[in-house]
Write a protein that binds this ligand. Structure first.
Ligand SMILES: [Mg+2]
Ligand SMILES: [Zn+2]
Length: 208
């Protein structure tokens, strides 16, 4: 059995920073791993033919005001996060980030001046599934069971688009996601923490 696990970054692996991580000079100090996650990834690492990718929307790259948060910096932040996990013995096999913002996103965040050239309709901004598709291709896993965990309903929706299981792990900075997720049809789940998400995967493995 092959398994592909895609994990959101902000509010799921590390504490949320509202898409600004990398816009400040001291961003490294702000990277704080959420409890249960290291242990959970280590457990997932023990499962055969399972690969883990971090997938993250970073529309802050498209905000003109965040001069330091370039594509290159967003990439550096992702690499830093993945390495931090690696140092603690938790292996993440790769990462993808979306540096775009949708027009709707810009509209709902009027406090930020967006770079209009980056307001494309890309295929990677979650709830779209472009980053999962990239991870799938890179993983070389054949017809894997797909899981996506995140702190927003859009993470769950992205999973459902790939006929995978979407798991909401609510985080304090994203209220209202529970109610939205409950309305989804299909393999949409809500778990209280990362350990519970890992349990769900392990149970599926047993039953297969
Ligand atoms: Mg998030
Ligand atoms: Zn994108």
């Amino acid at each position: 059995m092959n398994t592909l696990v895609c994990l959101d970054r902000d509010g799921t692996l590390i504490c949320e920073d509202k898409y600004h991580l990398g816009s400040q000079k001291d961003w490294k100090k702000k990277v704080k791993i959420i409890p249960h996650v290291i242990k959970g990834i280590k457990e997932l690492n023990k499962i055969k033919n399972l690969k883990i990718y971090m997938i993250t929307n970073q529309p802050g790259v498209a905000v003109k005001e965040f001069k330091l948060l370039t594509n290159k910096k967003a990439d550096e932040v992702c690499r830093y996060v993945v390495n931090k996990f690696k140092q603690k013995g938790a292996k993440i096999h790769g990462y993808y980030f979306c540096p775009h913002a949708s027009k709707e996103f810009a509209k709902s965040h009027p406090q930020y001046p967006f770079d209009k050239s980056k307001l494309d309709q890309c295929n990677c901004m979650k709830p779209k599934s472009g980053m999962i598709q990239k991870a799938l291709k890179h993983s070389k896993l054949k017809n894997p069971n797909i899981y996506v965990a995140g702190d927003r309903c859009t993470d769950v929706e992205a999973a459902l688009k790939m006929k995978g299981s979407g798991v909401l792990i609510p985080f304090k900075t994203e209220p209202g996601q529970r109610a939205k997720t409950k309305k989804l049809k299909g393999k949409a789940f809500i778990k209280k923490n990362f350990s519970e998400f890992v349990k769900l995967i392990k149970n599926d493995q047993k039953n297969n």
